[in-house]
Design a protein around this ligand. Structure first.
Ligand code: GDP
Ligand code: MG
Length: 160
């Protein structure tokens, strides 16, 4: 069905997306999932999990020297997080566009952070920042058997 192998390969791109405890507590799960879903991306894994502080520190280990690191890990482990893997062409980079800039003060209106939150330390969502990070984060949060490969009926209308 797909003629161009580069398109086929691109469709398999996956990214790790998490709704942080503030997004869950503020009732924004469906709003956030809806934006990825309506764009045309495919949900391939999802679970609700309260990470330990140690796990949060592993997830954010590239930020361990930053002054806000301890508070960030306390916060991520303070309640349920919706951990997800989304799949689709360009989903890593475009997922970050849907999310918006790190600080909601700098996020454009129309983005998730631009529309739905105010402060950098309560910015409701995480998304992998590149292909290598995506692989590492998916591997940290999910076992391989938790990722579901399936054909979605709208794919033939999303991809030529
Ligand atoms: P992201 O990839 O856009 O989430 O941003 P980073 O990877 O740079 O930072 C991870 C998370 O740390 C952000 O989403 C924020 O929640 C938090 N963070 C980043 N910068 C700051 C800061 O200057 N102050 C505080 N308090 N938190 C920050
Ligand atoms: Mg980041």
């Amino acid at each position: 069905m797909l003629q161009d192998p580069t398109v086929e390969a691109a469709e398999l791109e996956r990214t790790f997306i998490a709704i942080k405890p503030d997004g869950v507590q503020r009732g924004l799960i469906s709003e956030i999932i809806g934006r990825f879903e309506r764009k045309g991306y495919k949900l391939v894994a999802i679970k609700l999990i309260v990470p330990t502080k140690e796990f949060a520190a592993q997830h954010y280990d590239d930020l361990s020297s930053r002054p806000f690191f301890n508070g960030l890990c306390d916060f991520l482990s303070s309640g349920p997080v919706v951990a997800m893997v989304w799949e689709g062409q360009g989903v890593i980079k475009y997922g970050r566009k849907l999310i918006g800039a790190t600080s909601p003060q700098a996020s454009e209106p129309g983005t998730i952070r631009g529309d739905l939150c105010v402060q950098v330390s309560r910015n409701i969502i995480h998304g992998s920042d590149g292909p290598e990070t995506a692989v590492n984060e998916i591997g940290l949060w999910f076992k391989p058997e938790e990722l579901v490969s399936y054909t979605k009926n709208d794919e033939k209308w999303l991809y030529e």
